[in-house]
Design a protein around this ligand. Structure first.
Ligand code: 5GP
Length: 204
């Protein structure tokens, strides 16, 4: 860990099917020191997902209790379930000089960005905030990918596409937009954004 480099909070958002999970996994594999922010959610675990690794799976009552206690840096409802980022681990990691990666939706990114802008200079989230929107090349290509992925029935695909359209309309609010038309190229861009953000004289 080079202490001359500031710890950063890298927020990555994307419509589902844009390739965000793959890109984030590659970044975590190349830079294992990055702390991945494990979100809380009220949705049910998918096959292979582990509590405390992929998410903290909570009941709506547990989620509400943590929300009311002010434990979330941001929270939002996505596809009918609640999702929230626990504040404690993010702040703790940054104070240890470690970078944090958050995979959250556009609503969540808006909240963290607003917090980062308002926070005083001394707040590590203010200093280290960087956000990236991953866009699919087009809605048609996104539809093809969702169909090929085969995890959603066609009505769910239509719902995700409408949602994607709304989210893509907000891509301009992000500091960086990566169009994921080719995975290696998109990853090279994400990596470059991450590494440049760590330099004290560049970034936002
Ligand atoms: P999934 O249920 O497919 O894992 O995630 C659905 C969406 O919720 C994704 O866009 C993901 O980025 C987003 N998400 C995951 N965790 C959080 C969180 O803590 N806060 C917010 N606002 N969105 C989240």
């Amino acid at each position: 860990m080079n202490n001359l480099l500031r710890p950063i909070v890298l927020v990555v958002s994307a419509p589902s099917g844009a390739g965000k999970t793959t890109l984030c996994s590659r970044l975590r594999a190349e830079f294992p020191a990055i702390v991945y922010s494990i979100s809380c959610t009220t949705r049910a675990p998918r096959l292979g997902e582990r509590d405390g690794v992929d998410y903290y799976f909570l009941t709506p009552e547990q989620f509400e209790a943590r929300r009311a206690a002010g434990e979330f840096l941001e929270y939002a409802q996505v596809h009918g379930a609640w999702y929230g980022t626990p504040r404690g681990p993010v702040v703790a990691a940054l104070y240890q000089g470690r970078d944090v990666l958050m995979d959250i939706d556009v609503q969540g990114a808006t909240q963290v960005r607003a917090y980062a802008l308002r926070a005083p200079d001394s707040d590590p989230i203010h200093q280290g905030y960087v956000d990236v929107f991953i866009a699919p090349p087009s809605l048609e290509e996104l539809r093809r990918r969702l169909v090929r992925r085969g995890t959603d029935p066609s009505d769910a695909i239509e719902r995700r596409l409408r949602q994607a359209e709304t989210e893509m309309a907000r891509a301009g609010e992000f500091q960086h937009v990566i169009v994921n038309d080719e995975l290696d190229r998109a990853y090279a861009q994400l990596r470059e954004i991450y590494l440049r953000a760590k330099q004290p004289h560049t970034g936002h």
